[in-house]
Design a protein around this ligand. Structure first.
Ligand SMILES: Nc1nc2c(c(=O)[nH]1)N[C@H]1C(S)=C(S)[C@@H](COP(=O)(O)O)O[C@H]1N2
Ligand SMILES: [Mo]
Length: 160
């Protein structure tokens, strides 16, 4: 691990913030300590990187679905079809970003137990920022670290 990354993973200094925005009734600014009130889950994962091979890590944190539901996504929760147009965009501070579909993480559809990590291999991510953990992925590219923004988008229309 590089010295700067090691420093970023310590618990001293200001906590990294990220914004939760888009089609939400309660958009928010969150920190990694701010993710601790939700039920915490543990994921032991292996993913493959095109350049550095297979990586194994243990992450803990709340379910992305729990955090987003608390922010009030702009669909009618009683109508399952309503959710199927929603997308979730996640961006790291370095600009790396990726999409998930809402249905991918929804307990009524894909049920993927995607986490917003608060620890990586027992080290707090307070300063480095949360990391997206999609255990269903074989490839590491969506394990986005240093999250600075998450946007929920219900406006996706392939046919307008
Ligand atoms: N913010 C950010 N997160 C990122 C990336 C990136 O470029 N920026 N690369 C991804 C890729 S391609 C992989 S394989 C993993 C690598 O994780 P590791 O550094 O723990 O091996 O991080 C992912 N998360
Ligand atoms: Mo990668």
């Amino acid at each position: 691990m590089s010295q700067s990354l090691a420093a970023a993973r310590t618990t001293t200094g200001p906590a990294a913030e990220f914004v939760l925005g888009g089609d939400l009734a309660r958009p928010a600014r969150l920190t990694v300590p701010g993710l601790l009130p939700w039920p915490q889950h543990r994921a032991e994962v292996a993913f493959e990187c095109a350049t550095s091979g297979v990586q194994r890590h243990t992450f803990t944190g709340p379910l992305l679905h729990d955090v987003l539901m608390a922010a009030g996504p702009g669909f009618d929760a009683a109508r399952r079809k309503d959710r199927l147009r929603f997308l979730i965009a996640v961006r790291g501070a370095d600009g790396h970003h990726a999409l998930l579909s809402w249905a991918e993480i929804d307990p009524d559809f894909g049920r993927a137990p995607v986490l917003l990590a608060v620890t990586l291999d027992d080290t707090p991510l307070d300063r480095a920022g949360s990391q997206l953990v999609p255990p269903q992925d074989r490839c590491g590219a969506r394990y986005i670290s240093g999250i600075e923004a998450i946007r929920v988008d219900g406006g996706y229309t392939a046919w307008s």
